[in-house]
Design a protein around this ligand. Structure first.
Ligand code: IPE
Ligand code: IPE
Ligand code: MG
Length: 247
C-alpha cells in the first residue's frame, strides 16, 4: 500500500515517534450509531487495526502496541467476550502471512495463560515465525492490564530475590523494567486514544510515564492513515521535557 500524495506531503519534515501505543476505543458506540451489533463494531475495528499497521509501516514507526482486550474486559457479556476472542484469533490467523511478507515481528503482552488455548498456541507460533522480522514490531496486548504486568514483575523479582539471584538493594526502576512482559521494547513516545475518552484504562502504566498523549474524537472503526498523521502532527507540536527545566 502506498500512502496517498496528500499524506506523503504532510509527512515531510515530521519527526516520527519510534513507539506508538494505541487504545482502540469506540467500537460499540460506532456500531450503535450505524444500527449494528457490538460484534459488528469489533469486526469493523479489526479492519481499522489493519489500516493502522499498514500506515505505521509506510510512515516508518518501529513499534506499535495495540490494546485489544483488557484485564477488565472480562466483565463484558459472555457473547461479546467469546466474539472478541474468536475475532482476534481469526484476524491473526488470516493476516499472519501478510505480516510475514511485510517483515512485521509479532509479540504478545498480557496474562496469556488465561486465553483460549487455540489463541495461546497461535500467539506462540506467530511470535516464533516472525521473530527475525525487522520492520515493524506489533505488540498485541491481550488480557493485558498495567497493574497485572507490574504485579507479575513484582512476583518474578521476589522469586529471584528468594533464590538469591538478586539482592533487594539492587532493585531500582531499571531493574523493574527488565521484568516487564517485553523489556526489549522502548517506552511509547506517543499514546493515541480514539473516541474522545481522557483516560488510560490500565494500559502500559509503567511504560507511559513520559509518553505524549493524543486523544482523537473518531471512533476506532473510522481510524485511518489520515488519523495517524493527525496524531503524529500533534506529537510534533509538543515539547517533551522529561521533568527537566523548560528550555
Ligand atoms: C474498544 O471498543 C474495543 C475493546 C474494548 C475490546 P469498545 O467495545 O470499548 O467500544 P465502546 O467504548 O463501547 O464504544
Ligand atoms: C480500553 O477500552 C480497553 C481496550 C481498548 C481493549 P475500554 O472501553 O475497555 O475502557 P473504559 O472502560 O472506557 O475505561
Ligand atoms: Mg470502550
Amino acid at each position: 500500500m502506498d500512502l496517498d500524495e496528500e499524506i506523503q506531503q504532510r509527512l515531510e519534515g515530521l519527526k516520527i515517534p519510534s513507539h506508538i501505543a494505541v487504545i482502540m476505543d469506540g467500537n460499540g458506540r460506532w456500531a450503535e450509531e450505524h444500527g449494528l451489533t457490538r460484534l459488528q463494531g469489533h469486526a469493523a475495528g479489526r479492519r481499522a487495526a489493519k489500516r493502522l499497521v499498514d500506515a505505521a509501516i509506510e510512515v516508518g514507526v518501529q513499534v506499535v502496541s495495540v490494546y485489544a482486550f483488557s484485564t477488565e474486559n472480562w466483565s463484558r457479556s459472555e457473547n461479546e467476550i467469546e466474539g472478541l476472542m474468536a475475532l482476534i484469533e481469526e484476524a491473526l490467523r488470516q493476516e499472519l502471512k501478510e505480516l510475514q511478507e511485510q517483515q512485521v515481528r509479532v509479540v504478545a503482552s498480557g496474562r496469556l495463560s488465561q486465553l483460549p488455548s487455540s489463541l495461546q498456541e497461535l500467539l506462540a507460533k506467530s511470535e516464533r515465525d516472525t521473530a527475525d522480522n525487522r520492520d515493524l514490531t506489533l505488540n498485541l496486548c491481550i488480557n493485558y492490564g498495567g497493574r497485572a504486568e507490574i504485579a507479575d514483575a513484582a512476583a518474578a523479582i521476589a522469586t529471584d530475590a528468594v533464590a538469591g539471584k538478586i539482592a533487594p538493594s539492587e532493585i531500582d526502576t531499571e531493574l523493574v523494567a527488565t521484568y516487564l512482559y517485553h523489556p526489549e521494547l522502548p517506552d511509547p513516545d506517543l499514546l493515541i486514544r480514539t473516541s474522545g475518552e481522557l483516560r488510560i484504562s490500565n494500559f502500559l502504566l509503567y511504560q507511559l510515564a513520559y509518553s505524549e498523549m493524543v486523544v482523537l474524537p473518531v471512533y476506532w472503526p473510522d481510524f485511518d492513515a489520515s488519523s495517524l498523521l493527525e496524531a503524529i502532527e500533534e506529537f510534533n507540536e509538543r515539547k517533551r521535557r522529561f521533568g527537566a527545566r523548560p528550555s
